[in-house]
Design a protein. Structure first.
Length: 387
DNA sequence: TAGAATT
């Protein structure tokens, strides 16, 4: 049930088009919708073989049962979006996206503290494994913060290419409780690259594992493995950014060009696939809507509002996150409910940040069969609910 | 020989 991510955003980024690039998204989404959250996680240049380490079990009954840590968030996801996503489960006491202190960049993880322990448990059961863009998020109980759990991540190299994640864990588990493990694999072939990571619960456990395993040969292996503390990726990011700011002030804004190229490619794709031209020049949509009085379907000033029709009475926000999240940045979802019965009135709204991603979601999800219903998905018009 | 896991 591997979900090889063929999502549209990553295809746009790579420029490698299939005839129908969104079929991968739909296939992955259907796997998720029918079987619950998945546990595969794809990152730049590497794939996690397995990342399922029973998030409901915090390993300590003394821990807080309301405070969650959320890992593998998309780089561009904001704290507000995090709050919106987890707020769809229940009342949130506090929510924080952790950012690099220097650059302000998201470090890809955050914390959500619920008022009610039941909502925290529901969030784990509902949102752990949710696909958002190229990521599969992990939701688990946060351990009490302390110095003893910091810097407990190990980098392991020289692993036999045949070694599985389970075998890797078996070797290291004698030194303490493993929080996460991963073996990096080649994106194309899926073959192990012979390197991986082991995160222990405690720093001291990691230290003991280095002492016991660095330079040792695993059972049946011909070469010894190297075990050392992993570098901190956030430090690398800071250094890279600062270096770039210092050395090349004229290259500080590379993103818009990439986005422009991406928009043209999407526009071409929609033209090829549907024989339609975008109604608005892709380059100027954002600028146009900043002008007062100009009215573009679906555009609410802070994003693109999408109308989703023919939802079932028991539909909730999580289904909208699951359907639209894989296509790109979603800032808000809302199911419209009857005031008295609290049942869905058959429709809802999704707000997405980027036109391209919203357009691809609509093109892919309009006509999508959800249960025994066929959904109608379009940009919101001004006749209906204001999101 | 390189992941955004403790606010």
């Amino acid at each position: 049930m591997a979900v090889r991510l063929c999502d549209v955003a990553s295809l746009l980024r790579s420029g490698s088009w299939a005839a129908e690039p969104w079929t991968g998204v739909i296939a992955a989404m259907e796997t998720q919708l029918s079987n619950g959250p998945t546990c595969n996680n794809t990152a730049h240049g590497s794939t996690t073989i397995n990342n399922c380490s029973s998030p409901v079990d915090s390993g300590n009954t003394e821990d807080s049962k309301t405070n969650l840590i959320v890992n593998y968030l998309p780089q561009n996801m904001t704290q507000e979006e995090l709050k919106s996503l987890f707020g769809s489960i229940g009342e949130i006491e506090s929510c924080k996206l952790v950012r690099d202190k220097i650059t302000g960049q998201s470090l890809g993880y955050g914390f959500v503290n619920y008022v009610d322990t039941k909502d925290a448990e529901k969030a784990i059961n509902t949102l752990n494994g949710l696909r958002l863009q190229t990521k599969t998020i992990k939701v688990s109980y946060a351990r009490p913060s302390s110095a003893s759990i910091r810097d407990a991540n190990l980098y392991v190299s020289g692993l036999p290419k045949t070694m599985t994640q389970k075998e890797l864990e078996q070797i290291f588990s004698q030194y303490g409780r493993i929080i996460t493990s991963r073996i990096l694999v080649d994106q194309v072939t899926g073959v192990s690259r012979g390197v991986g990571f082991i995160r222990f619960d405690k720093r001291i456990e990691a230290e003991e594992a280095i002492k016991g395993l660095n330079g040792q040969k695993p059972p049946g292996a011909t070469e010894p493995i190297t075990v050392k503390f992993a570098n901190n990726p956030s430090q690398k990011t800071s250094q890279a950014v600062l270096s770039q700011l210092y050395h090349s002030p004229n290259r500080r804004y590379p993103a818009p060009l990439a986005q422009q190229a991406q928009r043209f490619r999407l526009d071409n794709l929609l033209n090829i696939a549907y024989g339609v031209k975008s109604r608005f020049p892709p380059m100027t949509i954002d600028g146009m809507t900043s002008l007062a009085g100009i009215n573009i379907p679906g555009h609410a000033g802070t994003g693109w509002c999408i109308f989703v029709y023919n939802l079932a009475p028991d539909a909730d926000e999580s289904i909208l996150w699951q359907m639209f999240g894989p296509f790109g940045a979603v800032t808000n979802v809302k199911v419209i409910r009857d005031f008295n019965t609290n049942k869905c009135k058959g429709f809802g709204f999704v707000t997405m940040t980027n036109y391209d991603e919203a357009a691809m979601a609509i093109a892919s999800l309009n006509g999508y069969r959800l249960g025994d219903r066929v959904l109608q998905v379009s940009f919101k018009t001004n006749k209906t609910h204001k999101a």
